[in-house]
Design a protein. Sequence first.
Length: 397
Amino acid sequence: MNSSPIASPISSSDSGWSEAPHRDPARLEDVWHRYGQSPAGDDWILKGIHFNLRPGELVGLLGPSGCGKTTLLRLIAGFECPSRGRILIQGQEVAGSQRWVEPERRGVGMVFQDYALFPHLDAWRNTCFGLRPRQDRSRASWLLELLGLKGLEHRFPHELSGGQRQRLALARALAPGPALLLLDEPFSNLDVDVRLRLRGELHGVLSRCGASGVIVTHDPEEALAICDRVAVMEAGRIHQCASPLELVTEPASAFVGRFVLQRNLLPARWQGERLLTPLGWLEPAHSQAGNGQMAESSDLEVLLDPTGLELSDDPQGDAWVTGREFLGREWLLQVQLSHPGQAPIQLRLRLPLDQEFSHGQRCRLRLRPGQPALLFPQGLTVLPVAGDPQPTEPQFA
């Protein structure tokens, strides 16, 4: 792995354990990682990660494919050694420039996406696999009952349903009594009903077991529903780590708003004290535009909720419907807006069921009056200018 000295297992008897003033279940300090090394030096998978898990928390690692969230989980577990930085578990350094603790000695449980159960072992022996030869088995029995597997101890994995196999993987990971549980997209292979039920039970199971957890997911709805905090990742960096409420009300970047909240992004630029966008004019709310917030910038973006747009039928319109989803109580439309000299802008709208548009239908978009939006990178709240017409395309081009 590397030439760092092999450390002893994590335990309460380790030197310095009782002297630590504060022990987060996991802490990462300026962690960088890459596989191999390119001459250009631009191949970092993780870049300057600072992250901590508080006792009793369930924290989600959320981001698109390839953002580094599973690599981050593997570093905490000890399956990879970080290129730079330190990782601490329960206040003890387990990975750093001069120290390395092997995965099996970190006191960490792991639940894999494909469960990784042993097919030749029944449910009872799978659960007890990580226990030492003379270790008490009563916890394993308690976990099987807690997770609804009592009476299935002698069934093999192929004789269990998908939900039962996932519960068995969870029981096996928790049987040795880890203070930290790592879960790599544990619900992605389950049908909707089972997935919703299991993810709703996860926090309670961790609490009963006295464990904290880190869960990897690419599903914003799942992360916001079950996690105490969510770390939103893109291209190896954490944009924001906050509670679900904070992410919804105070997104730290345009990416957080776009990926997590599925909001729209519009290019914008200042013209005097107003903002010009392809869909209309906006102005700062509550006289916030002081202290240089209106400085010239070529990277301004307005983050707008899908309910903040209005759509009307117009055969000569500069937008058209490219997709439509029925959500039960409303329509979710994908609309493409022409943007002269640039790639078309893809937007999402939520409309009541009585406003029905067909695929390919030409239409016209406008900003909904009174609907607040956020201007990035300033994080400034802006509102549509009342009574102003939609700008013509040459004005914004």
